[in-house]
Design a protein around this ligand. Structure first.
Ligand SMILES: [Zn+2]
Ligand SMILES: [Zn+2]
Ligand SMILES: [Zn+2]
Length: 474
């Protein structure tokens, strides 16, 4: 039966833990936020910037020194992020730092392998999938593409196993793959990334043979549902495990120091702090209505989204519920976490070394190029146009997310050649003086005024930057 409007929540925890949930979702105090950002900036040595509070306009990022055009302003490390599910077919990256791993041959072989499976079962998937495309399905239905050629199985296999090496691929070395020792499904560029992922998120989400069977099968169900509906739930789950694991760590330290004064809930609040800086609104209240949904169906659309999130949350609860962290498993909190990823415009993108590889071959002198192409032309044919799909995902970047929008920004997110992992990289577009606010554009700032404002409405504000003031019709 349909529930009406924003009526009663289907989630019992919403009621049972209402006071705790209200505390978790309350905006952090000015002092606590300032302390958090100062500490973050100090620990990461981002001495070029500071986070500023501007009364009712919220926060913004200011320059702490002068920058010249092209200067690096910030490399912001992901707080919580994940590669899109379907992008895993195209790119094999470290699950922690999102660097490409294996080898150029492995990346190509992996891609061709999945492509051949897809064509053998007669389906073609839309790979450039964005979890933010809301609704009942993660991806719009696939565009069927005829592949010009399919390579023999042995060729694909030898690329994956490393039995063949392609000409000049040694110019593009990638870190060796280290698999999670639990599930072997997550893969890393180094043991330190594997360890960090385990400590920060993965130990609660690992569904390998060492995990108790009921939990393992519950985890599989949760992941399957997310892959079939919206992979934003996978990032939300990482946000929850991130908080739970921080909580457990704080509790251990606390027990060790014999501090009895700290209640479990205040430790949970502390563990939650990095996320409390980021969320904005509940996903289903705020998300833009898709074009194919009529305005008169808005209520039932939002209802559907909420029910979808609730189904996902139930599956996650079956797998990893922990009574001490119960408020984290409320639909209210889940909705805010998802909203945080959906509404912060923070795409995770890492360029493919396969692209660099083929560009390199193309730039070779004719004789060398001809020789190399004997080996690579059939691969390029089989890979088709998408030979170098980047790693693509959703992530929350704690400092980039503090940067305000402008349609004439003085900085932009831009990956340089050396930026080969998931960090967000912010570069000055022109000279920026000390104390000036650093702005980026959340949208394509070349769009006409009306279209810009329409897109920015999704972020919940009307832009009044100098460009908008100039172009605003009277
Ligand atoms: Zn890594
Ligand atoms: Zn694992
Ligand atoms: Zn503007």
């Amino acid at each position: 039966m349909a529930r009406s409007g924003s009526g009663a929540s289907p989630c019992d925890l919403d009621k049972e833990f209402a006071p705790q949930i209200a505390q978790l979702l309350a905006a952090p105090s000015l002092q606590s936020a300032q302390e958090y950002y100062e500490e973050l900036i100090q620990s990461k040595k981002h001495d070029g910037i500071r986070v500023n509070y501007k009364g009712d306009h919220g926060k913004g990022v200011c320059a702490n020194k002068d920058f010249a055009e092209g200067d690096l302003i910030l490399k912001d490390q992901i707080l919580v992020g994940a590669q899109h599910s379907l992008n895993k077919i195209d790119c094999v990256v470290c699950s922690y730092c999102f660097r490409f791993i294996g080898s150029v041959e492995f990346q190509i072989g992996h891609r061709l392998y999945f492509q051949s499976i897809a064509s053998s079962i007669g389906c073609s998937s839309e790979r450039h999938c964005h979890g933010s495309d809301v609704g009942s399905s993660t991806c719009s239905s696939g565009v069927t593409k005829e592949k010009s050629t399919t390579l023999p199985e042995e060729v694909i296999e030898s690329l994956i196993t490393g039995d063949v090496s392609l000409p000049f691929s040694d110019h593009f070395p990638l870190p060796e793959i280290i698999a999670c020792q639990g599930c072997e499904e997550e893969r890393y560029c180094s043991q330190s990334c594997a360890d960090s992922d385990w400590e920060s998120y993965h130990s609660l989400l690992c569904a390998g043979p060492n995990t108790e069977p009921p939990r393992r099968s519950a985890l599989h169900k949760f992941v399957e549902h997310a892959n079939e509906t919206n992979d934003i739930f996978l990032v939300a789950a990482k946000a929850i495990t991130f908080t739970m694991l921080r909580y457990k760590k704080l509790k251990r330290q606390n027990d060790f120091q014999n501090k009895s004064a700290e209640s479990n809930f205040s430790l949970l609040m502390e563990a939650w702090k990095p996320l409390s800086m980021g969320f904005k609104k509940r996903w289903w209240d705020y998300v833009a209505l898709p074009e194919d949904v009529d305005a008169s169906d808005e209520d039932s659309f939002r209802q559907e989204i909420r029910d979808l999130a609730f189904t996902s949350l139930q599956l996650l609860k079956d797998a990893i519920f922990d009574a001490e962290c119960a408020p984290l498993f409320s639909l209210e909190v889940y909705g805010h976490i998802i909203g945080m990823f959906e509404l912060n415009n923070l795409d995770l993108v890492v360029a493919s070394p396969v692209e660099d590889y083929f560009i390199h071959l193309d730039d070779l002198p004719d004789d060398k190029k001809e020789e190399a192409e004997k080996a690579t032309a059939p691969l390029l044919d089989a890979l088709d146009d998408d030979y170098a799909v980047p790693c693509d995902g959703t992530a929350f970047f704690p400092l980039q997310s503090c940067m305000n929008h402008s349609c004439c920004p003085n900085a932009k997110a831009f990956k340089r050649d050396e930026d080969n992992d998931g960090h967000a990289v912010i570069i000055a577009l022109g000279p920026i003086s000390k104390d000036e606010e650093i702005t980026i554009s959340y949208i394509d700032e070349e769009l006409p005024y009306e279209e810009r404002q329409a897109e920015l409405a999704d972020y919940g504000f009307t832009c009044t930057c100098s460009k908008c003031q100039e172009e605003k019709p009277n």
